[in-house]
Design a protein around this ligand. Structure first.
Ligand code: HEC
Length: 175
């Protein structure tokens, strides 16, 4: 090899070495950033933790005659979050959010004969039926003159409370 080639080779190895170093730095940076992602935020959210608590709460509890019920005695540490959880999840029900995901498809445009949100004329007689009837029709479904309102808007995974919140949101917007 000539001297010229040797010089070129040395420079080439320095450049390759520098690139490998940069790659290693990028990999380390990426790992640090990945530790602080969406997943970490979601799992750290108290509302999420409360929802998980509610899902994994024991279905029942054995009370033995002659003993204070565990909850009344306040002796079970794990009973407290289970008891609190339903209230916690009830609080996070957001009628607007439920409406946006489950009801807007029909009620924003008036598709399939649905009364449009904000159309006071279309809602006047419906609201006059009373909130209980509106809630019932939204939860159980309802065939009216204008069309068919599917039970819970077709989103049967919604709780009754979520549907009620969405109805109240829609009705309030349509007065
Ligand atoms: C597939 C379309 C569709 C979706 C999705 C939908 N609706 Fe409806 N909804 C209708 C139609 C059509 C009517 C009118 C029925 C009639 O009166 O003939 C209606 C009527 C209603 C009424 C009035 C009932 C009454 O007694 O007058 C309420 C309240 C209501 N919907 C709530 C909801 C809520 C809450 C959601 C979301 C959870 C939802 N709807 C999703 C189609 C839909």
């Amino acid at each position: 090899m000539s001297n010229h080639d040797q010089n070129f080779f040395n420079l080439f190895m320095v450049v390759i070495g520098a690139l490998v170093g940069i790659a290693v730095i990028l990999i380390i940076t990426a790992r640090i950033v990945a530790g602080d992602t969406q997943l970490a935020w979601v799992q750290g959210d108290p509302a999420y933790a409360a929802a998980v608590d509610a899902r994994i709460a024991p279905v029942g509890r054995v009370s033995i005659a002659g003993e204070e019920p565990a909850e009344a005695a306040g002796e079970t540490a794990d009973a407290a979050p289970a008891a609190d959880a339903p209230a916690e999840t009830a609080k996070v029900v957001d009628g607007e959010q439920v409406y946006n995901t489950a009801c807007m498809a029909c009620h924003a445009s008036g598709a399939a004969g649905a009364p449009k949100t904000g159309d006071a004329g279309a809602w006047k007689a419906r609201i006059a039926q009373g909130a209980d009837t509106l809630h019932k029709h939204a939860i159980e479904g309802y065939q009216g003159a204008a069309g068919f309102m599917p039970p819970k808007g077709g989103q049967t995974q919604l709780s009754d409370a979520e549907v009620i919140a969405a109805v109240d949101f829609m009705a309030a917007k349509s007065r």
